[in-house]
Design a protein around this ligand. Sequence first.
Ligand code: GLP
Length: 241
Amino acid sequence: MKLISTSNYEKLSQQAGEEIISRIKRNPTLNLGLATGSTPTGLYQELIKDHKQHKTSYKEINTFNLDEYIGISKKDRNSYHYFMCEHLFEHIDIPLDQTHIPDGTAKDLDEECSRYEQFINEHGGIDLQILGIGQNGHIGFNEPGTPFDSRTHIIDLAESTRKANSRFFESLDDVPKQAITMGIASIMDSKEIFLLVSGASKAKALATLMNGDVREDFPASALKNHGNVTIFADKDATALL
Ligand code: GLP
């Protein structure tokens, strides 16, 4: 894993943004894996800014999001569908039918998991996957203990994850208890991975990732077995390294 440390969050977003834009220029039909959470929003701002200034086009890009809450409609402002439209899709020229997110309201959720997994494969797989990390080391919504050979699946969210994400909801009770997430093996299939880590609240997770073993109770550690991972971390996140 290659670690790029930056002095602050803005620089982290800029550097990750530049790398993504250069890959899109090289491959205008890139399959881009996207993440939600606060960490990638600065990066999405950079992509939007560049799109407006330099006209980088997303007309032939397909995007695949990591995860979605179960039981929240796409129109709900807490859904990851809504999040992605608000933070990125509405501001660039990507056709919405080329943006793909698991459907957390599907009647048959197991079938939705298999469909999503197969759909990504039919599109040739993900070229570049953006990831954040949870304080407990989760990637996507793969909580500690998720098998490394997991494919897209339904997950019970850890209480700590629900608490951490409750800041987006009116109350903790409103945070869904389950989500659909790409599995660890699905994420590991990506040709390249960018992991973004920002802030003091992630310093322990980053130190565990860099210095700890590869173990299923720390999902991000699977990334150590991937040959093409770049970690973008700001100063606060690298404080314990
Ligand atoms: C959620 C998402 C993850 C994300 C994590 C960290 O749980 N499912 O993909 O990495 O939050 O979010 P944040 O960047 O807001 O700390």
